[in-house]
Design a protein around this ligand. Structure first.
Ligand SMILES: [Fe+2]
Length: 321
């Protein structure tokens, strides 16, 4: 799958935060001091990670290690066996636990999305959304810290993971209550469900979409809504996050071209973090934008495409240190 597509040396990134000095990963782990450095073996499969060696790198902002793409299954198994223990360690900084949560959600969503059973996707999204909300709504975490520990590839399951977390941060800053934040977290995980029925070649096309391809992409909010609308375990707001997250205040969005108050507030919120997430992630045709550039792009739609108060709040969150 795309998110874990191997680099040229056959390695895939993992979050450093998912390692524990007490748990044996059972996989060779590699280190890369920066994006241009060659990979070096950091820890053999039968060794415990030496955290003393990692500390200088952490202080330089390095937060990813690498494993062989062939070991992905073993790593996923390790995560499934250890994630509750890793998350329960309250001495671990919240950013580290958010990194673990991100790995777990990506892993589970990747599998669930590929199986394509909506009941099962919704069930795991409810469970993971609740844990995400508990982690992010009660703790002080700076948005930039969170952005730094997330993956930024263009796979749908990574995008949904990040959007869900951003929804909680923005909702919290806007003063939403805990139960609304839980719904937002789940809604964020599900907002792009309809993309699972769009041709992967269109979703990952390394260039401009033609008219036909764009019309195909524009179907995904409606497809997702149709998959979820009959359920009694999702709220109207969550359904609207799926159906309306590409609508814009001035009517320039899709699938309907709704205006201002016709768009549910949660869909307006989701729209902002959805675009921000997409801009700051890798795309087949470009590198990620910096937070500053992504905010400048969003600002072009301030009050016309995007809700003023929500965008102001998001800008403040991203700029806070
Ligand atoms: Fe979307």
């Amino acid at each position: 799958m795309l998110a874990t597509e191997p680099t040229t040396d056959g390695l895939i990134p993992i979050s450093m935060a998912t390692l524990s000095p007490r748990s044996l990963l059972g996989i060779d782990i590699y280190l890369r001091a920066n994006a241009h450095s060659p990979s070096v073996l950091f820890c053999r499969a039968n060794e415990y990670p030496d955290f003393e060696r990692l500390l200088p790198l952490v202080s330089q902002g390095v937060n990813k290690l690498f494993i062989d793409a062939a070991d992905r299954g073993k790593y996923q198994q390790y995560l499934r066996e250890n994630w509750t223990d890793l998350l329960a360690d309250e001495s671990s900084p919240v950013a580290n636990r958010a990194a673990i949560m991100s790995e777990v959600i990506r892993d589970v969503l990747n599998e669930e999305f590929s199986l394509g059973n909506t009941d099962s996707v919704v069930a795991v999204s409810q469970r993971l959304g609740n844990v995400t909300c508990d982690l992010l709504s009660d703790q002080s975490i700076i948005a930039q810290q969170l952005c730094n520990v997330l993956h930024h590839d263009y796979a749908t399951f990574t995008h949904c993971t990040n959007v869900s977390m951003y929804c909680v941060l923005l909702g919290r800053a806007l003063g939403y209550c805990k139960s609304d934040l839980k719904e937002l977290a789940v809604g964020g995980l599900l907002h792009d469900l309809g993309k699972l029925q769009i041709d992967e070649r269109i979703l990952t096309k390394p260039g401009k979409l033609d008219d036909f391809e764009f019309r195909e992409i524009m179907k995904h909010p409606g497809i997702g809504f149709a998959l979820l609308v009959e359920r009694d375990d999702l709220s109207f707001g969550q359904l609207m996050m799926t159906y309306q997250h590409h609508e814009r205040l001035d009517g320039s969005g899709y699938p309907v071209g709704c205006l201002k108050d016709e768009i549910h507030p949660w869909a307006k919120l989701c729209a902002i973090v959805d675009v921000y997430e997409a801009l700051t992630s890798h795309r087949p045709y470009r590198n990620p934008m910096s937070p500053k550039t992504a905010l400048a792009v969003l600002d072009k739609g301030y009050g016309t495409e995007f809700d003023k108060e929500m965008l102001q709040c998001w800008r403040k969150l991203i700029n806070s240190r």
